[in-house]
Design a protein around this ligand. Structure first.
Ligand SMILES: [Fe+2]
Ligand SMILES: [Fe+2]
Length: 322
């Protein structure tokens, strides 16, 4: 996939090369303020860029197979599926939920960074010993499914969806990194986490512009997203994704404290009372509480799904290094 944007422009201003259909905003926000914020975001992005064209490069020689666990690989493989979909999300955002040139440019820069996550994670799995072709094929397979989020109907709701998704992604990666002793994976995760928090803060700042413009209407529009939110992985892998993430939450020994910590970000964006209401309405938070409190019944094919997902990882881990 080629990323068509030119985020290296000296000005940092909007630079769009992929066409988009302008969507009508439900709550207009100050486009000059947005453009100014994007300029700063882009400057920061350029300095820490760690894709093949960026100034920062990872030292892949620090890889230490002896410190890698099957559980580490399980998580890496699952997130690689989600990260590999950046172009699908971006097309959807550009086609349906993009209100102006600044957002179009941002989406393309975002796509570039998310694609870099996928590229690096795939390279890592290959270094561990996963077959290149098999991996490519399995990442390709779910792409035939239609990506559709029925409760997202407006640009603001799309922004709210990506806000939730980036928050969960950043938070999960951060929790996961604590369990990783292998130095190369730890380094890759450190870079990804920094990107995910930057993404979260961008979407948060756009949400805040809406809140400043019309608080009541913003909350009304965001409610359905919080009520129904599910990670995009559900669209990509279907029911299998839920089983695999439930397994990971248990392995990471999450408790209600983690749910509380995530909730704190939401109250910081929306305020204590409104943010609290949004968290209370969130089916995702409720479901996660059931998982950590061991109230959620296991799906009948749980073991089977987990076993088949990790089969190639076990094989790679058991094989002696090339
Ligand atoms: Fe990512
Ligand atoms: Fe992200």
């Amino acid at each position: 996939m080629t990323i068509g944007s030119s985020p290296d422009t000296a000005t940092g201003g909007p630079s769009i090369s992929r066409p988009y259909v302008p969507a009508r905003p439900t709550i207009p926000i100050d486009s000059a303020v947005l453009a100014d914020r994007y300029g700063k975001f882009e400057l920061g992005a350029r300095k820490i860029r760690w894709d093949d064209q960026g100034p920062v490069q990872i030292d892949w020689s620090i890889f230490d197979r002896s410190k890698l666990t099957l559980y580490n690989l399980f998580v890496v493989k699952l997130v690689t599926f989600v990260e590999s979909y950046a172009d699908v999300y971006t097309s959807l955002l550009l086609e349906n939920f993009c209100v102006n040139d600044t957002m179009a440019t941002f989406f393309q820069l975002w796509e570039r960074e998310e694609t870099n996550h996928a590229v690096k994670l795939v390279a890592y799995l290959q270094l561990v010993g996963l077959d290149k072709e098999e991996l490519r094929e399995s990442l390709q397979r779910p792409r035939s499914r239609k990506f559709d989020v029925p409760y997202v109907k407006t640009p603001l709701q799309a922004n709210c969806f990506t806000y939730c998704q980036e928050l969960l992604t950043a938070f999960f990666y951060q929790m996961f990194r604590r369990t990783v002793k292998e130095p190369l994976l730890n380094e890759i995760l450190t870079k990804i986490i920094a990107d995910e928090w930057r993404h979260f803060h961008w979407y948060e700042s756009v949400l805040k512009l809406h809140i400043e413009a019309d608080r009541k209407k913003t909350l009304e529009e965001c409610f359905p997203v919080f009520e129904n939110f599910a990670m995009p992985g559900n669209q990509i892998l279907g029911g299998e994704y839920e089983i695999l993430t439930d397994e990971i939450i248990k392995m990471m020994r999450f408790s209600t404290s983690e749910i509380f910590q995530m909730g704190r970000h939401i109250t910081s964006t929306f305020g204590l009372i409104d943010g609290g209401r949004l968290v209370a309405r969130s089916s995702y938070a409720r479901d996660m509480k059931d998982v950590v409190m061991r109230k959620k019944p296991r799906k009948p094919h749980h073991e089977e799904v987990v076993r088949s997902f990790i089969a190639d990882l076990e094989k790679a881990l058991a094989a002696s290094p090339a």
